[in-house]
Design a protein around this ligand. Structure first.
Ligand code: NAD
Length: 438
């Protein structure tokens, strides 16, 4: 199959490279000429483990190419995937569909033979129909169908998620489009990936329902963590105790500073908005949004309280800034709430993140970035762990203790063992763990 991928960001680039790996001919399009230049030069515009090798292999094999010329890519394609951003619209929480609709109109002008126009971006229910309307109106003679194929990959594990998905959801309403989509995903038949074929509205709702459910799970365990802190229980044991119940499942029960990233915050907002418009308010999801926003704000106060009520004049070492490990993505990261609040309270921030410092430097001000994690602990009055990068787990606490001015850690990801840290002489506070009995 010949595929055009419109938008070469986290989703478009990974999906395009993986489709090429499946054996299809893929052209990734982006309007950002700098991004396309870098990709052509073999440089990745984002950090995603394994992506550079996958792109290199498939480019060399002649199956993957990059262009800013949408018309050429679309004209030759059997399927065109729209993978542009759908950020939160200013003011009301709805998904901003400007990029999707602009792409749809551009695609319409360039369609030549029969083409399936697929929304891979996360889009509110009704968008697929609107894309069909735009394409049909822009080029009445176009032979096309629309399909909805929401993407469930996680940044940091995106390639594995795409190549070995739990399921593929495809909203299609014609046999011809269904055949094209089945052919594109045929390589996944080998590993017996469940294919969920639905109508277009169902596929669109499925994506939001999935993200809202996962966000709910995170907020749920975060609130249970708060309870654990108050009553001397350990949230990790609670999570294990409930997660082993097959009806609940163990994943997404890790307490932390609140969810962030490019998906959960905006997708929960967009779902709440769509649902209110449809007169079917999602009160649980609305609560989750509220709980999470409050939580992110409370984390800085947790650090202040831990330091005895003030961080004025203190050096706060920060480990991790990205919204989670294994990505450079800073969108809606908890660090964006925590760091400025600590600065406003008078703290000086010295921070290290393995991949996120370039992006963080664009959105956070007055931070001293260091070259290593240990450097960020040097002369710190308190150390705050915001992101659970694997390499932080291997840090030597003795070395950290020697480097710090005062051995105090607020571990918002529970990467350290509280007892071990306290035995080594740290004042230590995690999330949802019992405090030492006084
Ligand atoms: P992104 O911002 O990283 O990438 C979007 C890209 O589209 C940008 O490079 C932009 O320049 C390009 N673009 C915009 N309009 C264009 C046009 N008309 N022609 C060509 N290129 C255009 O966004 P992303 O994180 O890849 O997300 C894309 C969509 O996928 C969103 O709807 C998001 O919700 C969804 N999604 C994201 C993830 C994730 O983990 N990032 C996971 C699942 C779904």
């Amino acid at each position: 199959m010949r595929i055009a991928m419109i938008g070469s960001g986290y989703v478009g680039l990974v999906s395009g490279a993986c489709f090429a790996h499946f054996g299809h001919d893929v052209v990734c399009v982006d309007k950002d000429a700098g991004k396309i230049d870098r990709l052509r030069a073999g440089q990745m515009p984002i950090y995603e483990p394994g992506l550079d090798t996958l792109v290199e292999e498939n480019s060399k094999a002649g199956r993957l190419s990059f262009t800013t010329n949408l018309a050429d890519a679309v004209g030759d394609a059997d399927a065109v995937f729209i993978a542009v951003g759908t950020p939160t619209r200013r003011g009301d929480g709805h998904a901003d569909l400007t990029y999707v609709y602009a792409a749809a109109a551009e695609i319409a002008r360039s369609i030549r033979g029969y083409t399936v126009v697929v929304t891979k971006s996360t889009v509110p229910v009704g968008t697929g129909r609107e894309v069909a309307r735009i394409v049909g109106e822009t080029q009445p003679a176009a032979a096309f169908d629309v399909a909805s194929n929401p993407e469930f990959l996680r940044e940091g594990a995106a390639i594995e998620d795409f190549m070995k998905p739990d399921r593929v959801v495809i909203g299609v309403e014609s046999d011809r489009a269904r055949d094209v989509m089945s052919t594109i995903y045929r390589p996944l038949n080998l590993i017996q990936t469940p294919m969920v074929f639905t109508n277009i509205e169902t596929a669109e709702v499925t994506k939001y329902a999935g993200n809202a459910f996962l966000a709910t799970k995170i907020s749920f365990i975060n609130e249970i963590a708060d309870l654990c802190e108050r009553v001397g229980a350990d949230v990790h044991d609670v999570a294990r105790g409930i997660g082993l119940d097959g009806r609940i499942g163990r994943k997404f029960l890790h307490p932390g500073p609140g969810f962030g990233g490019s998906c959960f915050p905006k997708d929960t907002l967009a779902l709440a908005y769509t649902a209110r418009e449809a007169n079917a308010p999602q009160t649980i999801v609305e609560q989750v949004i509220e709980v999470n926003n409050t939580r992110k704000k409370k984390m800085a106060q947790k650090v202040v309280d831990f330091c005895g009520g003030s961080v004025a004049g203190l050096t706060v070492g920060v480990l991790g800034l990205t919204f989670k490990a294994d990505t450079d993505d800073m969108r809606d990261a908890p660090a964006l709430d925590i760091v400025p609040a600590l600065q406003a309270a008078g703290a000086k921030i010295v921070a290290f993140d393995p991949e996120g410092m370039d992006e963080a430097g664009k959105v956070l001000k007055d931070i001293t970035f260091t070259k290593t994690a240990y450097e960020a602990t040097t002369d710190a009055d308190v150390l705050v762990v915001i992101t659970e990068w694997h390499e932080f787990r291997g840090l030597d606490p003795r070395r950290i203790k020697q480097a710090m001015r005062r051995p105090r850690i607020v571990d918002l990801r529970n990467i350290f063992d509280p007892e071990e840290m306290r035995e080594l002489g740290f004042a230590y506070e995690g999330v949802g763990r019992p405090k030492p009995r006084s």
